[in-house]
Write a protein that binds this ligand. Structure first.
Ligand code: CA
Length: 252
C-alpha cells in the first residue's frame, strides 16, 4: 500500500528552543518524532541523535545481514524487530554522546517510530510522545505514555481528566538516554486504505483535545500539509506552552 506523509514542527509560544526533531522518509516508509530534554541545547541534540541514528540504521542495514545488535523477538514481524533494534541503538548513541561531552549529561529524548512494510505499520515508542490511528472517522491511541500520571491512571489512582491537569504530568518514566538498556513498546497495525497515523509530541496533545485533533484531521481530508499546519496553529492558539510536532501519514 502506498503511503503519503507530511511533518511539521514549531517552537511554540513560550520556549526559546525547539527540542523536538522529526523525520519523514516516505520512500523508506519510516516516520519519527522525538522530544528532547536537557539544559544548554542538549535536548535538541538528544532528539536529533535519536532521529539520525534510527534512520541511519533502517536505511543502511540490509535485510539479511546478521549484524543486528539485539535479540530477535519471534512475536513480531521482521520490520518491527528491525525498528526495535534501531530504537535500542539510538539509546546507546545518546548515552555515548553524554559520555564524550560532560555538558550533555542528563539529556534524554522520547521517540515514536513508525515503519511500514508492504501491509503492516510497525510502531515502537519510548516516553510520552504518541501515535494515533484515525480509521473509520475514529481516533485511537496506539501508544501508552511512559509517564508517571499514565501509570497512575492505569493503576486506577487518577482519572484521565485528573492526569491532564496534574502538576507531575510532564514526568516521564522511560526515555532514550535514561538507562543502559531501554525497552521500547511495540505494536503492529495491518494497513487499510484510508488509514491515517498521527505521530506527535506532548506540545500538541497537552494543548489540543483528542476530539479537536480528530476534527482537524477529518476536515482536511487528505490535505496533510494543511492538517499539520492547523494542528500546530490550534496548539499555539491554546497557549503553545511547549514545542509542537505533528507528522501525518495516510495509506492511499
Ligand atoms: Ca515536549
Amino acid at each position: 500500500m502506498e503511503l503519503k506523509a507530511y511533518g511539521l514542527t514549531h517552537v511554540g509560544r513560550q520556549r526559546q528552543h525547539n527540542e523536538d526533531s522529526f523525520l519523514v522518509e516516505s520512500d523508506a516508509r519510516l516516520f519519527l518524532v522525538a522530544d528532547g530534554m536537557g539544559g544548554h541545547a542538549a535536548g535538541e541534540i538528544a532528539s536529533r541523535i535519536a532521529v539520525d541514528s534510527i534512520s541511519e540504521f533502517i536505511l543502511n542495514t540490509k535485510e539479511d545481514d546478521g549484524t543486528w545488535p539485539h535479540a530477535y523477538d519471534e512475536h513480531y514481524k521482521r520490520s518491527t524487530n528491525k525498528l526495535m533494534a534501531a530504537v535500542r541503538l539510538a539509546n546507546t548513541r545518546v548515552l555515548e554522546a553524554m559520555r564524550k561531552d560532560a555538558r550533555l549529561r542528563g539529556m534524554g529524548t522520547t521517540i515514536v517510530a513508525c515503519f511500514a512494510d508492504a501491509d503492516t505499520m510497525s510502531v515502537a515508542h519510548v516516553g510520552d510522545s504518541r501515535v494515533y490511528l484515525i480509521r473509520d472517522s475514529k481516533l485511537s491511541r496506539i501508544t501508552s505514555d511512559h509517564s508517571w500520571v499514565f501509570e497512575q491512571v492505569q493503576a486506577g489512582m487518577l482519572t484521565e481528566a485528573e492526569a491532564e491537569k496534574h502538576p507531575l504530568r510532564n514526568v516521564i518514566t522511560r526515555a532514550l538516554g535514561g538507562a543502559l538498556q531501554v525497552n521500547p513498546d511495540a505494536s503492529e497495525v495491518e494497513l487499510k486504505h484510508g488509514d491515517m497515523f498521527l505521530l506527535c509530541s506532548d506540545g500538541l496533545t497537552g494543548m489540543v483535545s483528542e476530539d479537536d485533533i480528530l476534527r482537524l484531521v477529518m476536515t482536511n481530508d487528505g490535505n496533510l500539509e494543511k492538517a499539520c499546519q492547523e494542528l500546530i496553529d490550534t496548539a499555539n492558539e491554546h497557549g503553545g506552552m511547549d514545542n509542537i510536532t505533528a507528522v501525518l501519514i495516510q495509506a492511499v
